[in-house]
Every structure is written in C-alpha cells, then in structure tokens.
Ligand binder design. Structure first.
Ligand code: DAH
Length: 313
C-alpha cells in the first residue's frame, strides 16, 4: 500500500486510491469498523497504520500539487527581454514647441503675454502704428483686406496698440500668434507666426533692447548667439533697426526692432516726454526652421504625419 501511494503520479489517481482506502467502502474504513472485535495490540497496529497512511496521502498530495503548480508556472513564463512592438508616442508639433519655448523665455524675463484678434481693424494694424492711409510703408505688407475694411492682421504689432490702450505705461508685454500676408513660397506662408515684444518705462534705452534680444536668442537656440544691428525703417519706431544673427558663417536677418515712435505713444495716450521704450517683432516659423534644420516652411502647415515623424520630433 505504501509503495502504491509512492508510485502514484497524478492527483486523480491519488484521489481514487484515497477513496478506495478511506471512502465509505474503503479498505481502511472496513478495518476501522472491525476495531471493537480486536485485541488491544491489534488495535494499536490498525491505529498506527491509519495514521501513517493518512500522513502518506497528505505528503503525496502536496508533492503532486507542487509539481502541478511548477509546470503551470513554467507554461506561463513571460520573456521580458523580448522586443516589444514599438510604441507610438505623440509629440508636439515643432511650431507648438517653439511657441511654448519662446513664451517660457519671455515670461522668465518678466514680460506678460497679451493676445489680440486675428481680424484687425485699420487703426490697430496700421494707423495707430504711425502708418496712416496712403503711407508708403503699407506697401511693405501684402495685406488681405476684408470687405468691411478690416484686415487679416499683418503683424503682431497691432497687439502693442491694444496693450497700451488698455494698460497705459509702464508696460512690459509680448504677443505671439498667427499673422497673414499674401505671399507663398518655400520660406513664406500666407499664414505665419509672429512674435512681438514691447517694453515702455521711464528709463528704457536701446541697450535694454540689445540685451533682451541677445538673451532671448541665446536661450532659444541654447547656445551663445552673436548678433549685429543694422539701421532700418519701420514707421512705428525711431530709430529703427534690424537684428542679424550669426548662423554658421552667415549673417541672417532675424528681427525688426527699434525705440517706439513718439506718435505711437501719443496714439495710445502715453506721454512720450515721460515714457519711452523698445519694441521688436520677428517670425518664429523661421526661427523654428533654423533651430531644427528644416528647409521648407510649407511643410509646417501640411499636417502630414509622415513629415512630423521624420523631422525628429
Ligand atoms: N511688424 C514688423 C514686421 O512685421 C516687425 C517689427 C519691426 C515689429 C519693428 C516691431 C518693431 O515691434 O519695433 O515686419
């Protein structure tokens, strides 16, 4: 009997033998029923046998259960070192990334974000910016006109006016958003992103402008950027300048700027004898192209997922 138990290799067989031994008609059950007729010595033998057999069954059961568990675990083994399907991570569009970066940088310089409408009236887009009707500088910008005389804003400079009208001086703001002009080629899109900065207070000078722009460009491109200034013309600044930055062995035109024209301050009810300051404006699509080494501006607006994936974002 003991050998029989030892040789069993499945839980089912063990169960069968257990029933045949300890069940209603089991061999051990029968022996136990006869106990009353047995002598003391004989009873002791049956009792010992009973205890030993139960013990053996118990041990065999846990042995077989262990084997079953181990084989189940082996069957469910997962190889965590296997390569997985590549995951598809979403990323920010490069222009969105630039927008966030520039916003973060200017906020860290103490500028406050201002917004304005994309459909602008003539006053904010041109006239208040010292560009009255028939001013030749209006030709610098190929404007989309609406039938009611409004325009698709051609420059975020319009937001300077709104900011000064609302808040007066001193003021230190920036604006960032889409602007529109009737032009389209590899480096121009009819809709493009512009950014504007404006800082008016009692003691603001040209050197504040230069320092701000150098720091802004260096932070954005994450390296020291060399800049140079050329005289330029914008109706809303006097003097007006253009910033170039050194890129490889070339100088690239990057930003228009200047000291805000007294007429502009007057148009916003700010006294130019008390306050002065600087303004600057640039296209951040182009800055994004430079930063990430992209060469066709139009791809930014095609929303082609293959391009987005391949451009390293
Ligand atoms: N609005 C100008 C443009 O679209 C850029 C610009 C030049 C903005 C000089 C300024 C500025 O604020 O002071 O070309």
């Amino acid at each position: 009997m003991k050998d029989k138990i030892k040789n069993i290799s499945s839980l089912e067989e063990l169960q069968e033998l257990y029933t045949a031994t300890f069940g209603k008609d089991g061999t051990m059950t029968a022996k136990l029923k006869q106990m009353a007729k047995l002598s003391n010595e004989e009873r002791a033998i049956v009792n010992t046998e009973n205890t030993q057999l139960r013990q053996l069954f118990k041990e065999k059961q846990s042995e077989l259960e262990n084997i079953a568990l181990n084989s189940k675990l082996a069957g469910e083994y997962i190889d965590v070192t296997l390569d997985n399907e590549p995951e598809n991570h979403g990323t920010l569009h490069p222009l969105t990334q630039t927008l966030k970066d520039l916003t973060g940088i200017l906020e860290s310089f103490g500028f406050t974000l201002m917004t304005g409408p994309e459909i602008e009236d003539d006053w904010h887009n041109f006239t208040a910016l010292n560009t009255p009707e028939y001013h030749p500088a209006r030709d610098m910008q190929d404007t989309f006109f609406l039938l009611n005389g409004n325009v698709m804003r051609t420059q975020t400079s319009a937001i300077q006016i709104r900011a000064m009208e609302q808040n007066g001086a001193p003021i230190k703001i920036f604006a960032i958003g889409p602007t529109y002009r009737k032009e389209l080629d590899a480096t121009h899109s009819a809709m493009f992103g512009q950014m504007e900065g404006l800082y008016i207070d009692k003691n603001i000078t040209m050197s504040d402008l230069i320092g701000t722009l150098r720091a802004l460009l260096s932070k954005f491109f994450e390296k020291e950027i060399e800049i140079r200034i050329r005289p330029s013309y914008f109706p809303f600044t006097e003097p007006s300048v253009e910033f170039d930055m050194k890129w490889g062995d070339k100088w690239l035109e990057i930003c228009g700027a200047g000291m805000v024209h007294p007429n502009v301050l007057k148009n916003c009810n700010i006294d130019p004898n008390k306050y002065q300051g600087f303004a600057f404006g640039f296209g951040w699509d182009r800055m994004t192209m430079l930063k990430y080494g992209l060469d066709d501006l139009r791809a930014f607006y095609d929303s082609d997922i293959r391009w987005l994936k391949n451009s390293g974002f």
